[in-house]
Write a protein that binds this ligand. Structure first.
Ligand code: ADP
Ligand code: ZN
Ligand code: ZN
Length: 762
């Protein structure tokens, strides 16, 4: 007998290996189990792969004398169960990605490296009879480390926790050699059944309908996909919680997927305050050992509630009972590299696989999900009201063509354009005076998006990308003599440069930062609302974007400051749009959010509207009514009017109708081929050759090759090709025949070709 092994190599095939002599000689002659890891020689490398089948020598297409034996088996039992292997096969087929590479994406890195799965549970503790007197006076550093361990009490702590705290492995070893401490393996006890920590709320009728439907699906053990379509603040979380309760009480696990940004401690707290349960958080900031620990906890069933970002949908679960995808429309669910999966799609597949309900919750469903409702593939549950007194915010347009934007005198006496109309500034003032908070949304960080020479038109561009450099500048810091915060930076490749004092082309000193980012907007608001010389009351201006929240605890501090509830202006990027609950924000201002309605990307109106509604949803979440002001230069734009007057759903349904007429996704199915290389000519040529290899009879629309939206990025050139099909099967049939030969084309040799199924942008 032979074993078939999937290896982490970019080849669309698996490999046969025989058993080593000692294994064949042993009396029980056990085959390595399917789903377990083996170490094998591959060319000159040693690789770790997963056994996916047992085959006989006759079934193998490799001559017997060419077959090498495996080096060793790493697991006695499978580490991937049949369901996980089926998931891997499905991912490989649907995304046209090599099986071995799919498995490499699924497995945590320590598992890929062949480490034992229970490696982490090594704990260290101080031997019971040891006291402080057992130290010689000169072993200061050892004593220090000993004291650190002592803080953990008699059971000590796991090695990875200790290392994280700054202990050193060498010292642990020394202390062990001296007979002061010992290592031990903690056997995990099965977690106790989940208990309610707090009473559930009384549901309103809409919530009750949703919970009943989900619980019924859970009880009948039939897969059902739900679109929980609830306006912001309608209490979707309470629906999740009460549906979870039934599932957890049945002893099943619940997986909750959240977008990257929401993963603050608040996310955990929402669930921990309701259930006394073993909750595991899975996100990109975990160390390798923590990730493996989480993986193991999910696989063994120790984890009862699992909260994770995108990749958590690929974890193994012992007894999965429910999947919740919160903010299911969010772009972060689409992996944009290697295996380009969409976590919501994978969640639906896994629901089907495990016969469990899956909830896609959002206030702004994607057109894909609305189409699935139309097709009868998702059950829609609507929440149209906010519980209690909270009312959805009213939306209002400000015609920025009719009134000029407010000019504000700055410290140097010059007048600056604030970019905000007088009526918007008036509304901000009124809100602050009423003791409430204001959120001003601007989805552009930095000071200004362009540095321009007024004399010759030169612009500061990134030498490596087709992009302007963003001006980062902080005049408050400048005035206090700190210049480190002024520089030009490319937001695509992180290239940085000094801000020139004269134009490099014409020598003019007339360089001007054009446009407005969050820093500049904050400064402008500062000049109006926080200037001790002109304003009676000083209001805090809190800037919230990736630049101000980079430090580990800064977001926490900002969050606390806002939640104290004092009047303040929050200036934020899309970081602010998602899921946060600030009850004192009653006014949301969008000075230029509607620009996306003009973009060339056909998906832009959908994404712009989602963002606007999410941001608007921050207003009026407490008992006070909320207001949203949208400043626009295109007040007649039909889409914008539809969104403001009729709400997101009618807007989205109209867009969906438009897509149908134009044959665009989700009314057609897309695959995007991207090609990256050193020259644009080479990438375009490879795609032309690829087109020539398409089967002669196919029903696909072929668009391209064209330059990618940003064709030069990080000194590499990108071209792309789009395939559109009326029918999903047709598309995949062509791809199955075509894609692997395309990768082998001579012109593709020094290029990077990638295939993106159901791409979200092109
Ligand atoms: P969403 O996630 O839909 O935006 P949340 O789940 O954050 O909304 O709910 C908004 C607020 O409404 C929360 O403060 C929540 O505690 C409250 N809430 C939800 N359901 C109820 C209910 N049935 N009765 C009273 N308050 C509720
Ligand atoms: Zn110039
Ligand atoms: Zn760049």
């Amino acid at each position: 007998m032979l074993v078939q092994v999937a290896l982490p190599v970019p080849l669309y095939r698996v490999f046969d290996y025989s058993l080593p002599a000692d294994m064949l000689a042993s009396p029980d002659r056990l085959m390595p189990s399917i789903g377990s890891r083996v170490e094998v020689s591959f060319g000159r490398q040693t690789l770790i792969g997963i056994v996916i089948a047992h085959v006989s020598e006759d079934e193998s297409c490799v001559p017997v004398n060419k077959i090498k034996p495996i080096n060793k088996c790493l697991d006695a039992d499978p580490i991937l169960d049949p369901n996980m292997l089926k998931l891997a096969y499905w991912l490989a087929r649907y995304y046209h990605y090599p099986l071995g590479d799919v498995l490499a994406v699924i497995l945590p890195s320590l598992v890929r490296q062949g480490k034992p799965l229970d490696l982490l549970i090594t704990h260290w503790r101080i031997l019971p009879h040891i006291t402080d007197d057992d130290f010689r006076a000169n072993a200061k550093k050892q004593k220090q480390q000993f004291d650190m361990l002592k803080l953990h009490g008699e059971r000590g702590a796991s090695e990875d926790v200790l290392l994280l705290e700054g202990m050193q492995r060498a010292f642990l070893k020394t202390l062990e050699d001296k007979g002061l401490i010992e290592r031990y393996i903690q056997t995990k006890q099965s977690p106790s059944p989940v208990k309610l920590a707090k009473m559930p709320l009384d549901l309103n009728d809409e919530q009750k309908l949703a919970v009943d439907a989900i619980v019924a699906a859970h009880k009948s053990e039939i897969y059902t996909g739900f679109l929980l379509n609830g306006i912001t603040g309608s209490g979707k979380t309470e629906v999740y919680l009460q549906a979870m309760q039934a599932v957890l009480e049945a002893g099943k696990q619940v997986l909750i997927l959240v977008p990257e940004i929401g993963l603050t401690p608040q996310t955990r707290a929402r669930f921990a305050s309701r259930f006394a349960a073993h909750i595991v958080l899975l996100h990109s900031g975990l160390t390798d050992t923590h990730r493996l620990q989480g993986w193991q906890d999910c696989r063994t069933g120790h984890a009862q509630i699992i909260i994770g970002t995108r990749s958590a949908v690929l974890y193994p679960f012992a007894a999965l009972g429910l999947i919740v995808v919160d903010e299911a429309h969010d772009g972060s669910y689409k992996q944009q590299d290697t295996l380009r999966y969409h976590a919501a799609d994978v969640a639906l597949y896994r629901g089907l696989q495990h016969n469990i309900p899956v909830i896609l919750g959002t206030a702004t469903p994607s057109l894909e999900h609305l189409k699935l409702v139309e097709d009868g593939k998702l059950v829609e549950c609507q929440l149209l009201t906010r519980p209690g007194n909270a009312k959805p915010a009213t939306m209002q347009l400000i015609d920025a063509r009719l009134q000029s934007t407010h000019q504000q005198a700055q410290h140097d006496g010059a007048r600056y354009d604030t970019g905000l109309t007088d009526s918007m500034i008036g509304a901000i003032k009124q809100t602050l005076e009423a003791g409430d908070q204001v959120l001003v949304f601007l989805n552009r960080r930095g000071y200004a998006p362009v540095l321009l020479c007024e004399a010759c038109g030169w612009q500061a561009d990134c030498p490596r990308c087709d992009a302007h450099l963003t001006v980062h500048y902080n005049s408050l810091a400048q005035r206090s003599g700190y210049s480190g915060s002024s520089y030009l930076k490319c937001h695509h490749c992180d290239w940085q440069a000094y801000i020139p004092t004269v134009c490099p082309d014409c020598g003019s000193q007339n360089l001007d930062a054009k446009g407005m980012g969050t820093t500049r907007l904050s400064e402008n608001l500062h000049a109006i609302f926080a200037n001790p010389q002109t304003s009676k009351v000083i209001y805090p201006i809190i800037q919230i974007d990736r630049d101000t929240t980079r430090r580990k605890d800064s977001w926490e501090n900002i969050y606390q400051q806002i939640n104290q509830g004092n009047p303040a202006i929050l200036v934020g990027t899309q970081m602010m749009a998602k899921g946060h609950h600030f009850p004192n924000v009653t006014l949301v201002c969008l000075p230029n959010a509607d620009r996306g309605f003009l973009s060339a990307d056909f998906r832009s109106p959908e994404h712009t509207a989602q963002l606007m509604i999410q941001v608007a949803g921050r207003a009026g979440r407490g008992d006070k009514a909320g207001r949203v002001l949208i400043q626009t230069l295109q007040p007649d734009n039909e889409l914008l009017l539809k969104l403001v007057k009729d709400g997101y759903l009618s807007f989205a349904r109209e867009l969906l109708q438009e897509r149908k007429m134009m044959g665009l996704p989700p009314h057609s199915y897309a695959a995007l081929i991207r090609c990256e290389g050193k020259t644009l000519a080479a990438t375009t040529q490879a795609l032309k050759d690829a087109i020539a290899h398409l089967p002669s009879r196919h029903n696909l629309a072929v668009l391209g090759p064209i330059d990618a939206p940003m064709s030069k990025k990080n000194s590499r050139y990108h071209a792309q090709l789009l395939l559109l099909a009326k029918d999903r099967q047709q598309l995949h049939l062509v791809l199955h025949q075509w894609w692997q030969p395309v990768l082998a084309l001579p012109s593709a040799k020094y290029l990077k070709l990638t295939l993106d199924i159901d791409p979200v942008g092109w």
